[in-house]
Design a protein around this ligand. Structure first.
Ligand code: 5GP
Length: 188
């Protein structure tokens, strides 16, 4: 009976610290059209080179609370025990109804919430080739102090245990191949 097939997808990409989510996302955006990356809101301060409204919407705690109270967050979570991050709902729904695929690069708690609210979302866990490789990547990045590194690895250990909850697990061995595997899921 003449129902309209809308095949735009909400793709949720999550994975432990230092697995290379950012690099894979950039690659996905390079090799695809019709995929938009959702801009998250956060209460953390901007880093050098980050632009408000592009990297994140940088909000005060109060502004963040207001968005939650108004029901305007699709999901939100406190990440690495420090700051809050969340996905503004309206831009995601608008892009989807516009026929675009939407990519969320969020943490695992957020991925769970999205899947609970929108079961049609496709969730992808980006996994490292091995635990040793994950540690190597985190150390190689050299952006975290030893304490913060320990905290992130502790979180990563727990996160790796939750990969079974995801619709797909993609191993980030090679960025180009990994991005292609994720993009393939959009046409599946
Ligand atoms: P960073 O502070 O390094 O930019 O991001 C830290 C972590 O926050 C990343 O692991 C990223 O996946 C997560 N994150 C970024 N945006 C969101 C969001 O909108 N929601 C959730 N739940 N996590 C997010």
């Amino acid at each position: 009976m003449g129902s309209i097939m809308i095949d735009s997808k909400l793709l949720v990409l999550a994975g432990p610290t230092a697995v290379g989510k950012g690099t894979v996302v950039r690659r996905i955006l390079e090799i695809t059209e019709n995929v938009v990356l959702s801009v998250s809101a956060t209460t953390r301060a901007p880093r050098a080179g980050e632009t408000d409204g592009q990297s994140y919407f940088f909000l005060s705690d109060q502004e963040f609370d207001e968005l939650i109270a108004k029901g305007e967050m699709l999901e939100f979570a406190t990440v690495h025990g420090t700051h809050r991050y969340g996905t503004p709902k309206q831009p995601v729904l608008a892009a989807l109804s516009d026929g675009k695929n939407v990519l969320l690069e969020i943490d695992i708690q957020g991925a769970r919430q999205v899947k609970a609210h929108m079961p049609e979302a496709v969730t992808v866990f980006l996994a490292p080739p091995s635990w040793e490789e994950l540690v190597r990547r985190l150390e190689g990045r050299g952006t975290e102090q030893p304490d913060e590194m320990r905290r992130r690895l502790e979180t990563a250990k727990q996160e790796l245990q939750s990969q079974g909850e995801f619709d797909h697990i993609v191993i980030n061995e090679d960025v180009a191949k990994c991005a292609l595997s994720v993009v393939d899921l959009l046409s599946a």
